[in-house]
Design a protein around this ligand. Structure first.
Ligand code: ZN
Length: 507
């Protein structure tokens, strides 16, 4: 079908210009990937300079008034097309990006990239040394950058709103606060009930597991799930992440704890979920603004779906546990599958978010979300942040980290980006993961049986068809409504947790 829009020369010119912006952003992502994996410490200053230069050029290209002019010409024609038309969607998303980008001066972007590279390197060195002093002034600058960013969007209800909007379009601090309050009301009694029960024994996981074998098993599992290594790879890093430069080059990273099996194993499944989303976007969106996942919440819904709803389920391990035992016969050879299953699903109030079980996980997110809001509001200073962190862990989880390494310095986000908008996506993703998994199983009741024999094709195809291939064409809200027929709701996620952990802990 050739629409009137496609006949316009302006559309071709717009696409070519946007492609340049995407390419520059891909170059930035490669530099960031390199900094987080292979770059020697000495490279930090230069990397700051290089990313600042490219970031500035990318921003200048993105805010070129010619893009605005092209959009002005194309928009009235696109308005006659259906919402889901590819080109109409491209124009809609490009307009949204453009309106945001023109509010932020390229000098600010360059300055921030410079700061971010140095801040990340400082954190990577300071965290193992538990040296909060080393990062304190960095964080102050980051908070200042974050506030300045928010102020480019006057008229917000909360200074976190423009920052949240970068990651989870159209979400606001107030909406998320209310959603989190509802969720907390359901989660806390569940955590309390579980903590009345005997604690699960996870000693089988806390043995020596050689790094090489852990990596080998993790990569093999990722391949089984459907992560395509011909268009991806896995490397080691401080704080695991996924990054994509093209639909055909989507990479993941991991870290290995030789004395605890969960970290790398579930970390790899988590990042593979992100990567399958990235690889599943329709080829026709390559090098266009529609090429990426639509929001941090939807991205997390996929990482958490594969990590937890699939990867921490009994059906999955009925197929994969014998392989894991064969890889680690000395450690797991005589551990029954039921013991292993209880171990990987052990619920316990703990200190580290990325290692937290499914039930307590969101409590970690809520702490960070509230602290971000308080920092941006000016109700909390960076100097007082470590104590505020400890106080919240004591009140919410009944624990206090022995140091800042496992306290306020544990997550990379505030040291490698802005303060604000970086955590809500995890919990939004958890909520959505249950909605999407339920919908997939409803459409294909055979999915659980397939997982039990190590087949993931039906599930992956459904997710690709309904979520991945659309890239940024639909917003998170569009996807939830299209798939479930109603707006985001927490009940299916709560029901999933209550059923699974009710059985595990005989509640
Ligand atoms: Zn993730």
């Amino acid at each position: 079908m050739n629409s009137k829009l496609q006949e316009l020369q302006e559309l071709k010119v717009l696409k070519a210009r946007l492609r340049e912006v995407i390419d520059l952003n891909s170059a930035l992502s490669i530099l960031h990937w390199d900094q987080s994996t292979y770059m020697p410490d000495g490279g930090a200053q230069a990397r700051g300079r290089t990313t600042a230069t490219i970031g500035r050029i990318a921003q200048e290209k993105q805010v070129d008034p010619e893009i605005g002019r092209l959009l002005d010409v194309l928009e009235p024609v696109a308005e006659d097309l259906p919402y889901d038309d590819d080109d109409a969607s491209l124009i809609r998303v490009a307009r949204r990006d453009f309106e945001k980008a023109i509010k932020v001066p390229p000098d600010f972007t360059a300055e921030f990239y410079n700061h971010r590279a140095v801040s990340f390197s400082t954190w990577a060195k300071a965290r193992p040394e538990n040296d909060f002093k080393a990062v304190e002034s960095m964080l102050e600058k980051t908070l200042d950058f974050s506030r300045r960013y928010a102020d480019f969007f006057p008229g917000y209800d909360h200074p976190a709103d423009p920052l949240i909007d970068r990651a989870d379009y159209s979400m606001k601090a107030e909406t998320i606060r209310a959603l989190f309050a509802d969720l907390r009301e359901q989660l806390v009694p569940l955590v309390d009930a579980i903590s009345q029960q005997p604690i699960a024994d996870d000693s089988c996981l806390a043995q020596h597991y050689p790094k090489k074998l852990q990596l080998k098993f993790g990569e093999w599992v990722a391949r089984q799930l459907g992560y395509d290594f011909k268009r991806g790879r896995q490397d080691l890093t401080h704080h695991p992440f996924m990054t994509g430069f093209s639909i055909d080059d989507v990479r993941i990273t991991t870290r290995v704890n030789e004395h605890y099996l969960n970290d790398a194993l579930f970390g790899t499944m988590h990042e593979s979920g992100h990567a399958m989303y990235g690889q599943g976007v329709d080829d026709k969106f390559e090098a266009s603004p529609l090429m990426y996942g639509t929001s941090s919440g939807v991205h997390e819904s996929q990482s958490r779906l594969w990590e937890n709803l699939v990867g921490r389920g009994m059906p999955f391990w009925r197929r994969f546990y014998p392989q894991l035992q064969a890889m680690f016969p000395g450690q797991l050879g005589d551990v029954p599958i039921e013991t292993f299953y209880r171990a990987i699903n052990k619920v316990e109030r703990s200190l580290i978010r990325v290692e937290a079980d499914e039930v307590t996980y969101n409590l970690h997110v809520m702490i960070r979300f509230d602290l971000e809001l308080a920092l941006l509001e000016g109700n909390l200073s960076i100097h007082d942040l470590p104590d505020a962190w400890h106080a919240r862990y004591e009140s919410d989880l009944g624990l206090r980290a022995p140091d800042n390494r496992d306290g306020v310095m544990q997550d990379v986000h505030w040291y490698d980006g802005m303060i604000g908008g970086s955590f809500q996506g995890y919990t939004l993703g958890n909520i959505m993961s249950a909605l999407f998994f339920d919908a997939a199983k409803k459409a294909h009741p055979e999915i659980m049986g397939e997982i039990e024999v190590g087949e993931f094709g039906t599930l992956l195809t459904w997710l690709t068809e309904n979520i991945y291939r659309h890239g940024r064409k639909y917003t998170a809200d569009d996807l939830v409504r299209r798939i479930t027929g109603s707006p985001l709701k927490i009940e299916p996620y709560i029901a999933y947790l209550q059923t699974k952990f009710g059985e595990l802990y005989q509640l």
